[in-house]
Design a protein around this ligand. Structure first.
Ligand code: URA
Length: 432
């Protein structure tokens, strides 16, 4: 039996831990045999001392061993591809990516999470669709992927349980932003979920964990390393999160925007990111096509309506009503006007996310209920020209008072200038 204090001390002093030691630490934690305070100290030691590639790999495997795993490749008889985003504002990518991938003949089976703080979660967005079931037993999940081509559900409680606890602990001990801890946390869930190939969307900017391109590259490299050591193909897209993705921030508003995108009417930055992700997913799938052909097929699925049809099939299969008319809408829609002429020089993602959160679109604490109808539509984004009095954004709120408060917050998110800012593409780099 290991003595956790010795492992903490060794890591604190810059030493290395072995795979069996990390296994015992994580299993002991998952079984409640090792207390939170020792894991807090362990995470802080890792925060300062880091982990080697081998240790990060061993930690990932140790996390996986604390719960159940899915073997989707055997169940579906196909190579399984998966995507993951490190989280941002207005990030409804999976809701549009899944149907396009499915329409191109590649099964899309995804376990998603909920939002906390200023970033939203795919499950919360999907729950704005009346009737949609985010919890399915594994056999139904697999049957749906086989029959409807795709499914997105929440992970069950026994799926990488040590990560769930550890993540909550890191959240309150200032140890979330440690590269090896983030890499192991994300990759443990992707590997346990049965993915053979994984496309990771690493967000960069004020609305993301990774504030700089260098930081995002370091995290991406840690996850590429884990992919190599675990025998999984990994591609990392480094993408902009200095401003919200697309226009819509808030659950039902984001579902509407994802559906508009599947109809071929999406905002350019969002469409570009969706196509970039689908292209890589198809290129690593068992279709055996290169990226140029993958991009062509993805665009075709949008043009010929097959992606929209795949969305409708998916939502119905999971108990929901795909017609947008049934999505909740807020009683108050308030326009925020530009205070002056100029160009949008910046639109701070984190402030937009917080304004949406305060309207009720997200959770401030774990137990909070989400209001699916409210949110923000950023009509003008970086680089757009506006005249004084023209609308910058729409605020969807329950009351005039809530809208007025959000307007103040949102105005602070917009920076207007006389000159347009330098262009910044949504996909900043791709590592594989
Ligand atoms: N997302 C995760 O799943 N884990 C982290 O540690 C950070 C982001």
């Amino acid at each position: 039996m290991i003595r956790p204090v010795e492992l903490i001390q060794r890591k604190r002093d810059g030493g290395e831990l072995s795979a069996p030691e990390l296994d015992e630490l994580m299993l002991g934690y998952a079984r409640d045999e090792i207390p939170d305070y020792q894991l807090s100290a362990f995470c802080m030691a890792v925060f300062f001392r880091g982990l080697t590639s081998e240790e990060t790999h061993a930690l990932t495997e140790a996390l996986i061993k604390t719960g159940t795993t899915l073997d989707l490749a055997s169940a579906l008889g196909r190579k399984v591809v998966d995507k993951h985003s490190t989280g941002g504002v207005g990030d409804k990518t999976s809701v549009a990516v899944g149907p396009i991938v499915a329409a191109c003949g590649v099964p899309f089976a995804k376990l998603s999470g909920r939002g906390l703080g200023h970033t939203g979660g795919t499950l919360d967005k999907l729950e704005s669709i009346p009737g949609f079931r985010v919890e399915l037993p594994t056999d139904e999940f697999i049957a749906q992927v086989r029959e409807a081509g795709m499914a997105i559900i929440g992970a069950s409680a026994d799926f990488v349980p040590a990560d769930k606890r550890l993540y909550a602990l890191r959240d309150v001990t200032a140890t979330v932003d440690s590269y090896p801890l983030i890499a192991a946390s994300i990759m443990s869930k992707k590997i346990a979920g049965g993915a053979n190939a994984i496309v990771l969307d690493v967000k960069v900017g004020d609305g993301a964990f990774m504030k700089s391109l260098d930081a995002a590259r370091t995290l991406a490299k840690a996850m590429l390393d884990l992919g190599r050591l675990s025998g999984r193909e990994v591609v990392c897209l480094l993408t902009d999160m200095d401003q919200p993705l697309g226009h819509a921030v808030g659950n039902a508003l984001e579902i509407r925007e994802a559906v508009a995108t599947l109809r071929g009417e999406g905002p350019p930055d969002f469409v570009e990111l969706v196509l970039a992700a689908v292209t890589r997913l198809l290129a690593v799938s068992d279709l055996r096509i290169d990226e140029a052909e993958a991009r062509r097929r993805a665009e075709q699925a949008l043009d010929d309506g097959s992606a929209l049809a795949a969305y409708e099939r998916w939502i119905r299969a999971q108990g929901g009503e795909p017609d947008e008319e049934v999505l909740p809408s807020a009683p108050v829609v308030h326009e925020l006007e530009a205070p002056r002429d100029g160009f949008v020089a910046a639109l701070e993602a984190v402030r937009v996310g917080e304004a949406a959160l305060h309207l009720g679109a997200g959770r401030q604490t774990k137990g909070d209920r989400i209001d699916h109808a409210v949110g923000i539509v950023c009509l003008r984004k970086r680089g757009d020209r506006v005249s004084a009095g023209e609308p910058l954004a729409e605020i969807h709120a329950q009351t005039e008072e809530a809208a007025a408060l959000a307007a103040q917050e949102l105005l602070a998110a917009y920076e207007l200038a006389d000159e347009p800012p330098p262009e910044r593409p949504v996909v900043l780099d791709v590592l594989s």
